[in-house]
Structures are given as C-alpha cells and as structure tokens.
Design a protein around this ligand. Structure first.
Ligand code: ATP
Length: 277
C-alpha cells in the first residue's frame, strides 16, 4: 500500500460547537456554497470556482474546529494532514505523499482537505532548500488541478501567513484569508458555555464569573481548565456517590486556574532557558 500521512475522518463538529468567531463562521458558511449555488454565474464570468481557504491566527483558537465544522456541515469527509509530517527529513518522496493526499481526497469526495501547521510546507520558495521548493510547486500544481472540481475543498491553517509563498495566496489558490483571532470576553464566555454544557456547575459558576477570573485565554486553554475543574470536583467526592451528587464549584475552577497558571509559568521558564542556552 502507498505510504500515507493523512487521516480520514467523518467529522461531527458543528458551527454551534465553535464559540465566538462570528465573522469567520459567516464567511465559512458561504465560501464553499456560493460557487456551487451560482455555478452558472461563476462559469459565465470565468471565475475560479474552487479557491482554498486559509485560516490564520494564534494557536488553539478553533482553526481545526472550524475546518471540521465545514466538512460536517457540507457533508464532506475530512482528510487532514499535519504539515510537519510532510517535511520529515527522513521521509523520502514528499511530493508523492502530497499527491497521495489529494488523490485520497478525490477518492473520498466530497471532501475537505485540511493542512494544519501549513507554514511548515508552504514557506516562501528559494528561502530554505530545494526540497521545500518542490513541495510548494507540487502543491500549486495540485491546487490548480482542482479548478472546476467542487468535490474537494482545501483548507489550510497557519499561525504566520506572512511566511507563506505569495504564489499560494494568488486568486484561485488560497484566495480566502479568514482570521481566527483570540477570543474577546464575550467569545470566551461562549467557549466556556460550550465546554461546560455537560457539567453540573454550581449556580454561581457563570460565564461572566469565569471571564472575570482570567486575563487572556485561548479557546484550547479554556477547554483544558473546564476539564480540570470537573476532574477536581469528581476527585473530591466519595467513590460511592453517584454522578448526580457532584457539583463543579467556583473553588474547583480557582484550583484549576491556579494549576494552569503554574504550568504556564513553568513552560515559559523552560522556553526562556532554551533561548538562553
Ligand atoms: P493550532 O494552531 O494549535 O492547530 P487551532 O486553532 O487549530 O490550533 P483547535 O485545534 O481548533 O485550535 O482547538 C483546540 C481545542 O480547543 C478544540 O478542540 C476545542 O476543544 C478548543 N477550542 C479552541 N477554540 C475554540 C472555540 N472557538 N470554541 C470552542 N472550543 C474551542
């Protein structure tokens, strides 16, 4: 069997599972749909009907989640590739692997192909090594080959789109740039509500209370803290007591937040040390 670096999934994520990001959601709702609904106009005007979508923004705020929601809500399989796996220095034949990804998507169409950490494969040509240039060239060929084929939608995610090769951002390729920003207070409250939906919260553990306790948090950090608070609440109750007797309190959240702050500080210290050495 051909070597594969992509995973294939049926996503169950909906746009309701994504907190905040109203603008991004609105755009993603319409992007894959408009060219399909108005195929006649697109054809008449000779417009590219299948342009890639580039989601950009700091880590952990819902890029992958959004791509999965697009797949699910448009009835497509989700074919995902972690960028760095493609550029593994020991992995030979990267271009072939990349072609296999698109081939797999076509076989499982309608599909979304999702490239995470896209900057690791789409960097400006001529900056690093020839091998990377070949990857970008293969990618361009594959993207151009999708024109007129709405069966495969390509979505990529990056923290730094400025480092991408500009040829990738041209019309008909990754034409649509969609920002996935850090959540503001209101968005954070939505993310909190999503991640506590199934938890037995004490009455005073409200989204407003939660955002008063924190400075800046990513969506992923919020999810982690909610999980940890729930685990604390479970640990505190007797093994014999049923789940109905468990309540997640402000105290559990405070402890989870403290533990999170400590691990953040440790992580920052480690990366400072790494920089120093
Ligand atoms: P990376 O750049 O690190 O790949 P990302 O932007 O793709 O990050 P996701 O993988 O989508 O981030 O988010 C990680 C997890 O954090 C999600 O599975 C989810 O649990 C939570 N999360 C992040 N953002 C949101 C959000 N806007 N709404 C709800 N949950 C979120």
């Amino acid at each position: 069997a051909a070597q594969s670096i992509s995973n294939i999934d049926i996503s169950e994520v909906t746009f309701d599972d994504v907190g905040g990001l109203t603008e991004a959601k609105d755009r993603l709702h319409e992007l894959p749909e408009v060219p399909i609904d108005r195929a006649d106009a697109f054809e008449t005007f000779e417009l590219p009907t299948n342009s890639g979508i580039l989601l950009y923004g700091p880590p952990g705020n819902g890029k992958t989640l959004l791509a999965k929601a697009v797949a699910n809500e448009t009835g497509r399989t989700f074919v995902s590739v972690a960028g760095p796996e493609l550029t593994n220095p020991f992995g030979a034949g990267t271009e072939q692997l990349l072609r296999n990804v698109f081939e797999k998507a076509r076989r499982n169409a309608p599909a979304v192909v999702f490239f995470d950490e896209f900057d690791s494969i789409g960097t400006k040509r001529g900056m690093f090594d020839g091998a990377k240039d070949d990857i970008v060239n293969t990618l361009l060929t594959e993207l151009d080959g999708l024109h007129g084929n709405d069966d495969v939608v390509v979505i990529a995610a990056t923290n730094r789109y400025q480092s991408l090769d500009s040829a990738l951002l041209r019309a008909g390729r990754f034409e649509h740039l969609v920002e996935v920003a850090r959540p503001d207070t209101e968005s954070l409250q939505e993310v909190f509500s999503i991640h506590t939906q199934t938890l037995p919260l004490a009455a005073d553990v409200t989204p407003e209370w939660f955002t008063d306790q924190v400075d800046e948090l990513s969506g992923a950090d919020t999810a982690t803290i909610c999980t940890r608070a729930a685990i604390r609440a479970i640990r505190k109750t007797e093994c014999t007591s049923p789940p109905e007797d468990i309540t997640v309190t402000q105290h559990d959240f405070r402890e989870a937040l403290d533990a999170f702050a400590t691990s953040q500080a440790a992580r920052r210290k480690t990366s400072d040390d790494e920089m120093f050495w």
